[in-house]
Design a protein around this ligand. Structure first.
Ligand code: WT7
Length: 664
């Protein structure tokens, strides 16, 4: 390194605020600071601006109906179809332009471009096929698929006929699929025979079939996309009620299906997410409010324009992919990229190679990925021309300033704004982040709430905390993209998100406050730094996992008497699963047992929940009232100083456990 670069690095290392690059501001979709004030003054009518990004069949008559909080309704009286908004309305002007650029694996094989015409055609054909299979409006269709184009096609086909989809992440286990199909009473499944990871074909259908065997009601039909090539496991035998996707689409060649007119408040999809109990929560999103929210935030925050080639590296199995690979970008008529593989195959420059080849204009990814890139080193991005990039984004977990600056410098060449976007499955889209053409960026802090979003940091009584003090994040006004309820469980909806800070007997919307269950702090400029979950949910590589779910999987393993799971710090994953396990008499905490536990967790949830460490112990640290001290177990996992443990019922156990952690 020359003296100059050393100096430059040092400056960057210390710098705590960055202005939006001028060239970016000049062309930004939103570049006026006044938008914050306007939205405050015009609230809730300000959200007409989001609704105006969509084509409505029937105009709405009320922006917000808040007469029955927390069951808010947005754009009531309006009707629209999400698939028509993502496809049909772009055909005239953008029919020949790419809607989806799909980069598949294995690398030497295939990439596919779907123009808006192509996508429209196949969505229509598949919508016709779903109808023939018996799918009717409001039937929940489960999509258990990896990053192949047929996933967004199936989503849009469902949307076209008014059948809500429930996408289950392909990495989830058979049990997880069955649990979600049962919870939603879903009688239809779209899945695939397998997919590719690091060049190898993975069997997916066996897992899907095992899941189907656990479904407690009749399954009318399953559709199987044959993704694998001959020799890689292609051509599984299909059961009587299973149909090959390609056959179905061919049978409906040229079919057109009129998009069903949906009320703004009709469900567009369900998405299951982890909570504090073992039972995942079915988050319900609507057609009008959600679509307006994903389109508005894609435009304002990701600066998406029709001529862009926008790249979000998330998986569509999570909300990020729903809002920011599929619905937001397609509603805006842009080109959205999809990548089937991993960033390190065939080499650690795979993302940079793709960005260079497709001249991608935005990259939206997760801090966990950025930490991995940092570890691998700058030689990989340095091999490629990344100058097509105009904006960078992150989502899913806090990003530390060092990783932020690395991303800004080595990927963005100090000329792209970085947006650190805080939101969650339940919010439908971004809530707290800088507007990239307006706001100063502060690495490590997500930023102020978006215009029209009333997010605050409060203490346990709901009073706003002073700048610099830690508190809890709340959202004090409803917003169009919000979840409407938990599927078939209004009570749990209130309990989980509202009860903490609301007067639940009141009909006055001012008495209702949404609690996302995150800790946060705020600075003098109103910038919010999100500190992490305050419930028993851990965040592994940006994926939310309930500790209870993992614990019940472990307790289900033969020979396990009790288990406690916590998140310990992890350099790349953010958090990793630490499991403290007590065995039953006659069982030993040996390697075989450890393997059974890991396998048990993989079977119940999936490999993402695999414990990093399994610590066998004779007792768990408990309070005098018998509550497991999770905080203490976390501190042990992180090798932190434990302070006074004498108030425990069993202080001796602490040292014993401490001695067993680490090693691996
Ligand atoms: C939880 C939501 C949002 C889509 C992906 C995850 C954490 C999310 C940030 C951020 C700090 C963040 C929160 C949140 N989180 N974004 N920019 N800074 N924390 O969706 O699975 O619903 O998880 O992820 O803890 O509550 P999710």
């Amino acid at each position: 390194m020359t003296d100059d670069t050393v100096e430059l690095e040092a400056r960057l290392e210390e710098q705590e605020a960055f202005e939006p690059p001028e060239e970016f501001v000049e062309q930004a979709n939103v570049s006026e600071e006044s938008i914050y004030e306007e939205f405050e003054e015009e609230w809730p009518e300000c959200w007409e601006r989001a609704a105006d990004l969509l084509d409505w069949e029937e105009g709405y008559d009320t922006v917000l109906d808040d007469s029955n909080p927390p069951f808010y309704e947005w754009f009531t009286g309006g009707s629209l179809n999400a698939s028509a908004n993502c496809l049909d309305r772009h055909l005239d002007e953008r029919g020949d332009e790419a809607a989806i650029e799909w980069v598949g694996e294995p690398v030497e094989e295939e990439n596919r471009t779907y123009t808006y015409e192509d996508l429209h055609r196949e969505v229509n054909e598949f919508a016709a096929a779903l109808t023939e299979l018996g799918v009717e409006e409001d039937d929940v269709v489960t999509l258990y698929m990896p990053m192949i184009p047929e996933l967004p096609i199936a989503m849009l086909a469902c949307a076209r006929i008014g059948a809500p989809h429930s996408v289950v992440f392909a990495g989830f286990s058979a049990d997880a699929l069955a649990t979600r199909m049962n919870a939603a009473d879903s009688e239809y499944l779209v899945t695939c025979d397998g997919y590719y990871r690091r060049g190898d074909g993975l069997d997916h259908l066996s897992k899907a079939n095992e899941g189907l065997a656990g479904v407690d009601h009749d399954v009318e039909a399953a559709v199987v996309v044959e993704r694998l090539r001959e020799g890689d496991g292609h051509g599984h035998d299909l059961a009587d009620n299973q149909r090959a996707y390609a056959d179905l689409v061919a049978e409906h060649e040229g079919a057109t299906v009129e998009p069903v007119s949906r009320d703004a408040e009709d469900m567009l999809f369900l998405m299951y997410t982890s909570g504090t109990t073992g039972q995942p929560k079915g988050v319900k999103h609507t057609t009008g409010g959600y679509l307006a929210w994903s389109a508005w935030t894609s435009r304002a925050v990701l600066d998406v324009k029709p001529e862009d080639t926008y790249f979000c590296s998330a998986d569509i199995g999570w909300i990020t992919g729903h809002s920011y690979i599929v619905y937001g970008p397609l509603a805006l008529g842009t080109t959205t990229m999809m990548y089937e593989g991993t960033p390190d195959h065939p080499e650690r420059d795979r993302l940079w190679e793709i960005i260079e080849e497709y001249e991608a204009t935005q990259l939206y990814t997760a801090p966990t990925a950025i930490r991995a890139f940092m570890k691998w080193g700058t030689e990989y991005p340095d091999r490629h021309d990344l100058s097509s990039l105009r904006l960078l984004g992150t989502v899913g977990e806090p990003i530390n300033p060092r990783a932020w600056k690395w991303y800004y410098k080595h990927i963005g060449d100090e000329s792209c704004p970085v947006v650190d976007t805080w939101w969650q499955t339940e919010t439908g889209g971004m809530m707290v982040t800088t507007l990239p053409g307006v706001k100063t960026m502060k690495p490590g802090s997500a930023g102020p709430p978006l215009p029209g979003v009333d997010a605050r940091v409060v203490d346990t009584t709901g009073e706003e905390v002073e700048a610099g003090r830690a508190g809890y994040l709340t959202v004090n006004k409803p917003w169009p993209g919000m979840l409407r309820t938990l599927y078939r469980n209004d009570e749990r909806y209130i309990d989980e998100y509202w009860a903490e800070y609301s007067d639940t007997d009141s009909d006055d919307p001012d008495d209702w406050v949404y609690f996302p269950e995150d800790g946060a702090k705020v600075d003098d400029d109103g910038y919010i730094t999100v500190l992490g979950r305050v419930d028993d949910v851990i965040n592994v590589s940006g994926h939310r996992l309930g500790t209870m779910e993992i614990e019940s999987a472990i307790v289900g393993v033969e020979g396990v008497a009790e288990a406690a799971v916590v998140g310990g710090d992890h350099e790349v994953k953010g958090e990793a699963v630490y499991a403290y396990v007590i065995t039953e008499d006659g069982y030993e905490g040996d390697e075989a047992m450890r393997e059974r536990i890991v396998a048990g967790v993989e079977d119940a949830i999936g490999p993402i929940a695999r414990p990093e460490q399994v610590v066998f112990t004779l007792e768990l640290p408990k309070t005098r009232s018998g509550k497991i001290m999770r905080r203490l177990l976390e501190d042990i996992a992180n090798g932190e100083d434990l302070g006074d443990t004498s108030t425990l019922r069993n202080p001796d156990v602490v040292e014993d456990i401490q001695g067993k952690v680490g090693g691996d």
